[in-house]
Design a protein around this ligand. Sequence first.
Ligand code: IPM
Ligand code: MG
Length: 352
Amino acid sequence: MKIAVLAGDGIGLEVTQQAVRVLEALDLPGVEMTHADVGAVAYRAHGHPLPSHTLAAARDADAVLFGAVGDPTCDNIEAHLRPEQAILGLRSELGLFANLRPAAGFAGLEHMSALRPEIARAINLVIVRELTGDVYFGEKKRETLPDGRREGWDRMSYAEDEVRRIAHIGFRTAQTRGHRVTSVDKANVLETSRLWREVVEEVAAEYPQVTLDHMYVDNAAMQLVKNPGAFDVVLTGNLFGDILSDLASMCVGSIGLLASASLGERRTKFGTFGLYEPIHGSAPDIAGQGKANPMATILSAAMMLRHSFGLSDEAARIERAVAQALADGITGADLGGEHGCEAIGSAVCERL
Ligand code: IPM
Ligand code: MG
């Protein structure tokens, strides 16, 4: 079981260290980890945020454990060398079109949600976000109009096969859960969304056991805050999924708790090749202070065991250990607690 650990920038380093500790505590036979630079760290050391040896290490592995990228000192460098290009490059180069972002409440944490506890308690959804298309990967341009005004543009598009394959993931995910898919789009305005809706309808016909409804993204943002418990699978495009997953994290209580899996079609010996990362970023404001919450990365490692290595029992053990640590009041600054990154990692290892 080859794991490429790409810690990246800011708090990426500290949170992946704790996730690696948790994996080591499981003492699984045959695990081999390699480390490589990514993001601003890689740009400074090798002149590129995603050096070819890092991409090769990721390709060569069965799974990638990813921390975070992003660094304010890189805000003014050329767009294609920004640290964020590393994660976008990995997603597209590795064909990771399906991003699963579960958001479920933890017992005892309801009071930390931005919502009232009785509303927060009910949240148990997964965002199935398309990850290699949409306006993220369309042509981009900066132009000067004839009258001298500057103009920037980004092309938003989806081809039907791109919608179809993520829709299948959405419906299949629903079959393992509550059998409901809410497809989120902006079909009242965007042609991209009108095609999205059409194709999702076509795919839905193959899943008679799953109910489908459609929601405009503005309404979805409202409903997620009003009644998140009403959602099961939220199926959506790259941009809307990015926005709604940050929103969902605040319904749970902290962005430091939300894990993600990015999957494609490549199979490994034990499961599906994937990249696993917390949904939060590099948080440069608290980097290096040992204050970050590593739970989202630890939970991402659990998703890795489940999806890439077929180790569902071990994944569940990690998830229970995290839930238990939270129930025991082991929280960091993001949840109003005093525990540091390493202490949280130790608490999870003890509970394993
Ligand atoms: C995420 C992040 C990334 C995204 C950034 C870092 C490019 O916000 O994974 O949600 O926009 O997809
Ligand atoms: Mg995001």
